[in-house]
Design a protein around this ligand. Structure first.
Ligand SMILES: *Cc1c(COP(=O)(O)O)cnc(C)c1O
Length: 352
């Protein structure tokens, strides 16, 4: 820390991304990326756009937003693009929280929520998950917050709530924005986009990072009422109007042109997830019923930290969180069948 950092940031704990080590080749099952690279058509589109990089990108991202709007059955004015969905989350915290207006989210969820709240000086209303790691809609009624944020499915638990519960939370907090973070929705849960017509306070956030093989492209989007999107744009145009670069805009469009390939890959990952869960249970693991591209798994002896270290030695990276309620669990990204077989062999070897 320099002497120049403002005192309000002195105790800020920044988000810690999953490690990306380069000391050896790892099977990377720690950051929930897709094991499948972008399609050649997507790479080609991005390369073509690179040739025009002397010109600014379209700040409105019109062509891509038109495709997204068509894909989700909404108006283009109901969409906004972000440099990763992290940026949409950042805009939302800035827009709808404040020093006197708290934001609510579960105790166990995406690690970025408390970071944004702290960065922007927003009080946190932490709502504990139930003992079985589920979100109970009853715990989110009448919270009196500026915004309620729920990842659905949740991370790192992998568990989803139904749309009836999302609707109940929206109706139970008419004066709050309800942000549903659907980073993992394409792997088996249902999107709340269909609730938008009935719930003007709903903001759905999705990303190209997990289900559309574009984590390194940095592309996310929000879908909500035109009014909520206008609020988010007020943030965007006050920070970085050209937030999406030309290559990423082109890659996003080409990806949506082949959305059936992404859907097939998601189905493949869901099948591999089911297979891996069965095998891990045979090895004594306890698992939640994940609807995502990762598994939340507790080794029989609860020594997840030890298992993490042993797997790392064998060239397999998974994610371990040290939080009190989750430290006996590993979050394991579902990769290809071959990658999961390598994981399972390593676990068998570690267990002796
Ligand atoms: C990965 C993730 C995001 C952010 O992803 P981007 O790469 O910024 O789009 C948001 N929310 C959750 C719950 C995630 O796991």
């Amino acid at each position: 820390m320099s002497n120049f950092l403002h005192a309000r940031h002195a105790s800020l704990e920044a988000y810690v991304p999953g490690e990306q080590p380069t000391d050896q080749k790892y099977i990377k099952l720690n950051t929930n990326e897709s094991p499948y690279p972008p399609l050649p058509e997507v790479v080609e589109a991005a390369a073509g756009a690179a040739a025009l990089c002397h010109l600014y990108s379209d700040p409105e991202g019109k062509a891509l937003r038109a495709k997204l709007a068509a894909r989700y059955g909404v108006e283009p004015a109901q969409t906004i693009l972000g440099n990763g969905s992290d940026e949409i989350l950042s805009f939302a915290f800035q827009a709808f929280g404040g020093p006197d207006v708290p934001v609510a989210f579960p105790d166990i969820s995406y690690g970025f929520y408390p970071v944004y709240a702290d960065l922007y000086g927003i009080p946190k209303k932490i709502v504990p998950l139930r003992e079985d790691f589920t979100v109970s809609a009853d715990d989110y009624i009448g919270l009196g917050c500026g915004m309620i944020v729920i990842a659905n499915p949740n991370a790192p638990t992998g568990l989803a709530i139904g749309l009836d519960d999302v609707a109940r939370i929206c109706a139970g907090n008419p004066d709050s924005v309800v942000l549903i973070d659907e980073a993992y929705v394409d792997f088996g849960a249902r999107s709340a986009v269909t609730l938008l017509a009935d719930h003007p306070n709903l903001l759905v956030v999705q990303t190209f990072s997990k289900s559309r093989s574009l984590a390194g492209g940095r592309l996310g989007y929000g879908i909500a009422s035109a009014e909520i999107i206008a609020d988010l744009n007020r943030m965007k145009y006050s920070i970085n109007p050209y937030n999406i670069n030309r290559m990423t805009l082109a890659a996003g469009e080409a990806t949506l042109d082949h959305d059936e390939v992404c859907a097939a890959r998601c189905a493949e990952i869901a099948a591999t997830r089911a297979y891996t869960a069965v095998e891990l249970r045979k090895l004594g693991f306890t698992l939640t019923d994940s609807l995502t591209n990762f598994l939340f798994a507790r080794p029989a002896d609860g020594d997840a930290a030890g298992m993490y270290a042993e797997l790392r030695k064998r060239g397999i990276l998974v994610r371990h969180f040290s939080g009190e309620r989750v430290r006996e669990y590993l979050r394991i990204t579902v990769g290809t069948r071959e990658q999961m077989d390598a994981l399972l062999s390593a676990v068998r070897e570690i267990q002796g």
